[in-house]
Design a protein around this ligand. Structure first.
Ligand SMILES: C[S@@+](CC[C@H](N)C(=O)[O-])C[C@H]1O[C@@H](n2cnc3c(N)ncnc32)[C@H](O)[C@@H]1O
Length: 203
């Protein structure tokens, strides 16, 4: 079941972002995955970036072409305001990924903890359609999802859990799995969540 923007805006309005279960003070796993995709001149889009610190870390790397898309305008405003003047160095898109038609191409598609919320096949199909339109051959796709032994819900919503081979099956033939690894994420409340990271090449 996919929840509308109201759910996510309410989450970001009513909770301290540093207390959200997915919060990371330091987006090291994302930076590691992105570094595997090539030089810092490559463009990056962070899908469902929310109020994450990733955009700021990419600005700090002097990257020139950074985009964050999220269904929650509230989350994007929090992220932009937090960056101050650097917020202008990022393009912000407030859209539902399952209803979005990309207007350009990006070299790197990064998604930490968004795809796994798409429990309906038609939403996953729409997501992969947007991804396929946005990432050219030679581009890269990074998906970080709950692992098979990860949580069954997040933010009160059911999630799908994935091994890298399951993600490969979802993406289909135009994508080759290059790297994958497990990451135990420790939430601000001290709970462990098993994530699986996968990096694909668009072929
Ligand atoms: C678990 S949070 C992860 C946030 C961020 N990626 C991170 O690692 O901190 C999921 C994010 O996905 C966004 N989201 C959920 N469904 C979405 C959709 N259909 N389209 C775009 N963003 C969505 C939410 O607003 C939220 O910011």
């Amino acid at each position: 079941m996919r929840q509308p923007a109201e759910h996510w805006n309410r989450v970001y309005q009513t909770k301290d972002t540093e207390q959200l279960s997915w919060f990371q003070a330091d987006p090291t796993p994302s930076l590691r995955a992105i570094s595997l995709c090539g030089p810092r001149s490559l463009s990056v889009i962070d899908i469902g970036g929310g109020a994450s610190r990733l955009a700021g870390a990419l600005v700090d790397q002097r990257r020139q072409d950074i985009t964050v898309l999220d269904i929650s305008q509230r989350a994007l405003t929090l992220a932009r305001v937090r960056l101050g003047a650097d917020g202008q160095r990022v393009a912000w898109i407030a859209r539902d990924i399952t209803m979005w038609q990309p207007h350009r191409l990006w070299d790197i598609w990064h998604d930490r903890a968004v795809f796994h919320f798409l429990t309906e096949a038609c939403d996953r199909q729409a997501y992969i359609q947007a991804l396929s339109a946005a990432v050219p051959r030679g581009g890269h796709v990074i998906l970080a999802c709950f692992a098979p032994d990860g949580p069954k819900t997040c933010s009160g919503l059911p999630v799908q859990r994935y091994a890298p081979k399951d993600l490969q099956a979802e993406l289909g033939q135009g994508f080759d799995l290059l790297h994958s690894w497990s990451e135990p994420h420790v939430t601000p409340a001290g709970d462990m969540q098993a994530f699986t990271w996968s990096v694909f090449d668009r072929v």
